[in-house]
Design a binder for this molecule. Sequence first.
Ligand code: FEO
Length: 401
Amino acid sequence: MPYISVIRMKEITEDVFYIGVNDHETDLFEGLWPIPEGVSYNSYLVKGEEKVAIIDLVKILFVDEFLTNIEKKVNFDQIDYIVMNHIEPDHSGSLLRLLEKAPQATIICSKKAKGMLNDFYKVTDNIVVVGEGDELDLGGRKLVFYMDPLVHWPETMLTYDNKDQILFSCDAFGSYKALDIGIFDDEVNPDEYYEETIRYFSNIVAKYVKYVQKAMAKLTDLPIKMIAPSHGIVWRANPQRIIDLYVDLAARKAQPGVAIIYGSMYGNTKNVVEYVAEGVKEAGVPVTILDFSRHHLSYLLKESWQNKGVILGIPTYDGGPFLGASYYLHLMKRKNLRERIVGFFGSSLWSGRALLQASEQLKELDWEIVEPLLEFRGAATEEVLQQAKELGKKIGEMTKE
Ligand code: FEO
């Protein structure tokens, strides 16, 4: 698919500008997570009556485009501050090149970020450390800083513009999917970014939900007109929608619905899937079907985070769970996804242990195991197929409770 991005520098309010870039070249975010529709690295330029600040930078790969965006609005010698909400290189990679152009700029960051600037870039001078609630006066507007540790790294913070009431939230509220058509939720189909926000959250931020909850609590009393993350769209028309989503995601709150995830070597486990799905549909809740071998873990994780029910089709392989399922079970533990309702089915070939092993692993995460573990030798009989349908319906019903 060819990409023609129409976004360069763009006005957000009279004195706040989008100066970010789109990445359609990286195939795996963090070297792990597929981004078939790219990703944006959002950067913002904020002009006060006296001072100019840039908030978050972009990946080094796109530094030339980034510097060009800046020059469309200010000369480099006019930049007073570089606010570094987060030091992960997708937001800091172009720092040294920017400092070459704007050596007078003071870096504003958290205490932990200061150490990381030395670790990553050997930058030690002209840094001002800020803490919770500290303010930076730009003249006629202030930037206020809120510490946001572990959303996504320990040094992360949020920046709030008190004049236009914009929250520059860095990774929080961010999504995959580049900004090819527009930067605001009212310029694009926000549902597409909403889905990619869930995938981004489950892949990148989910491990730290406890800290996301703390961050959400801080924002409760803050008047917010716009949320401007460092990936994905600026929520201008309906910022509450993305705040509500984040509150639910951080609480691991899922929707009624079932993700059926299966693997199959010879079709015996696969043949049962449609019966399970039929049962779920009879319960009247949404059903999604994914394949351990053909869908990336990124999507399996997203659907498992989003749906209250998960039904796993796991054949026995080498005396244990099918390999794709083993990776999945490991990932659930790494991401600490808790409290789902789960059922199992799968062909055991000649000796079955896969379903028992898998259920034991998920019990540790407080997943509710729904009996029976529907393990069958070779191909499913008519009786097994009917049991599979009943299992789907039962779990579908349970997700509504
Ligand atoms: Fe988008 Fe944690 O960096």
